[in-house]
Design a protein around this ligand. Structure first.
Ligand code: PLP
Length: 393
């Protein structure tokens, strides 16, 4: 085919495309025209998600501690692994019945019905589905600054207005200031509790009262990805508010304390009408795989394993606190499996120097200051961090 023909075909298809675009609705063309935040690209964070063996192969002796994705290196539990192995033979079947078993266990534990539960391959698809729906038509999504940004940034990429509310002086979500920002154009308020990356929590009673008031005006999304690290998750959860009929969504994940980040399993608890909406924007349980579901059902509320993982996390965290204190650094006391602390070096430089020493961490800028977020790992990983950190501090 000659170049001119190629060009003609190209011009023809461009014209068809342009014609097609003219038919797009006002909203869709606005969505296409106004991408304001960059999509989190899975492969951009590839080194955080590869297996230990793959990372070791890519970075032979250097990578000693991967403390950048808030994973739980103490999981999954032996019972989960056994259930996963046992599920392989039956994995030619869709996992409908085991998904029901898992949902049944969650429903019983939380005192809700299965109609209140919506599962997906991790909580990410649900966060993004909520961002898509509640941020439609340029609606505002309110979040703390600095907080987990997947939901609001996804919504913003699709045309919603992202309203960021500064944190309190002690790095907590400022519930009063967030409430004051709610307008008739607010589509959703995103609350992450414990908050990522600050690892701070808000007062439970205050949050309940907030959910009660604000959910009468707009949707409140409470992301409880790290609630299993709190001393009494049942006392701190907002699931009670769903039970009382509030218009809120509570998100949970198996990626953190359960150690299932690579297996992908998460869910929300919400009103059935809310679930009917969310399910239009993500495949939900159809994305779950049989091995994950079998493992999650075996692992759910497995007290002994969870307590053991918590104990190890706490020991590593105490070691980290001691290391930071010894080197003359402050830190924000953490209610999760990661710690944020101010650094005395440019963030990018710090991250690159730590990487050179085989330690992966993440950095943030808050109010013009550089901070490091370090996930809590095994003791050998915390030691690797300590060794590298001493050389830089
Ligand atoms: N919510 C918060 C606060 C997170 O920190 C994360 C991941 O780090 C997620 C949700 C997403 O978790 P997943 O999709 O693995 O369930």
């Amino acid at each position: 085919m000659s170049n001119s023909l190629n060009r003609r075909n190209w011009i023809k298809s461009s014209a068809v495309m342009a014609g097609g675009l003219a038919f797009l609705s006002g909203t869709t063309s606005k969505l296409v025209a106004a991408p304001i935040a960059k999509k989190i690209n899975f492969f951009e964070h590839e080194s955080e998600f590869l297996s230990e063996a793959q990372v070791a192969a890519m970075n032979p002796p250097e990578m000693k501690a991967r403390l950048n994705a808030n994973e739980n290196p103490f999981g999954p539990s032996p019972a989960a692994k056994k259930a996963i192995e046992g599920a392989v033979d039956d994995s030619f079947r869709y996992p409908f019945s085991n998904t029901r078993v898992l949902m049944g266990k969650i429903a019983t534990h939380e005192g809700v019905t299965q109609q209140n539960i919506f599962m997906d391959a991790g909580s990410t698809p649900i966060l993004e589905a909520a961002g898509m729906f509640y941020g439609k038509n340029g609606a505002e999504i309110i979040s703390g600054e600095t907080s987990y940004d997947d939901l609001p940034s996804h919504a913003a990429r699709l045309g919603s207005k992202w309203v960021k509310v500064p944190m309190t002086a002690d790095f907590k979500l400022d519930l009063d200031a967030i409430e004051a920002k709610v307008t008739s154009n607010t589509g959703l308020v995103y609350i992450c509790n414990p908050n990522n990356p600050t690892a701070t929590v808000v007062d439970t009673e205050k949050l309940k009262a907030f959910c009660d008031r604000v959910s009468k005006k707009t949707m409140v999304f409470v992301d409880e990805a790290y609630i299993d690290y709190m001393p009494d998750p049942q006392a701190a959860t907002m699931i009670d508010m769903v039970k009382k009929g509030s218009n809120i969504i509570v998100a949970r994940t198996f990626s953190k304390l359960y150690g299932f980040a690579g297996m992908r399993c998460g869910y929300i608890i919400a009103q059935p009408e809310t679930i009917a909406i969310i399910s239009k924007y993500t495949p939900g349980a159809m994305s779950l795989n049989a091995l994950t579901v079998a493992g999650a059902a075996a692992a759910y509320q497995e007290t002994e394993f969870l307590q053991d993982a918590l104990k190890k996390t706490l020991a590593s965290k105490e070691f980290l606190y001691a290391t930071l204190k010894k080197e003359g650094y402050d830190y924000i006391p953490s209610s999760a499996n990661f710690v944020l602390f101010p650094i005395k070096m440019d963030g990018k430089q710090f991250s690159s120097e730590m990487n050179k020493r085989g330690v992966g961490i993440r950095v943030w800028k808050m109010n013009g200051k550089d901070y490091c977020r370090i996930s809590i790992g095994r003791m050998d990983e915390m030691q690797a961090f300590a060794d590298a950190f001493k050389q830089l501090s």
